[in-house]
Write a new protein. Sequence first.
Length: 110
Amino acid sequence: MPDTQQMRNYAPMLILQARVAIAEGDFARAAHHLETGFAVSRQVGEGPFLVNSLVAIALASQFAGTVADLVERPGAPNLYWALTALPRPLIDLRRAQDLDFGLSSRCFPS
């Protein structure tokens, strides 16, 4: 669990790097940082607990906001196909929900 919470500290750094690249007009570097951010979000979401998935959703939301900043810039590349290639759902809650819902019955058997 502490690892999951620490991942929140990495998102602002990646977002800052992406925004600096956007401001400099280096859209390829910005896209690389955003790609890394979405990959980190997905990997955090693969943790076994629901909290992992919720943190991953929060991270992905922050990166999505930065994608909006990128596509609004004049001369920015079209990211339509890159965004449609993201896995659906990006963060899968089902496995974590099953584990968390079954946890109480494992701790307190009837």
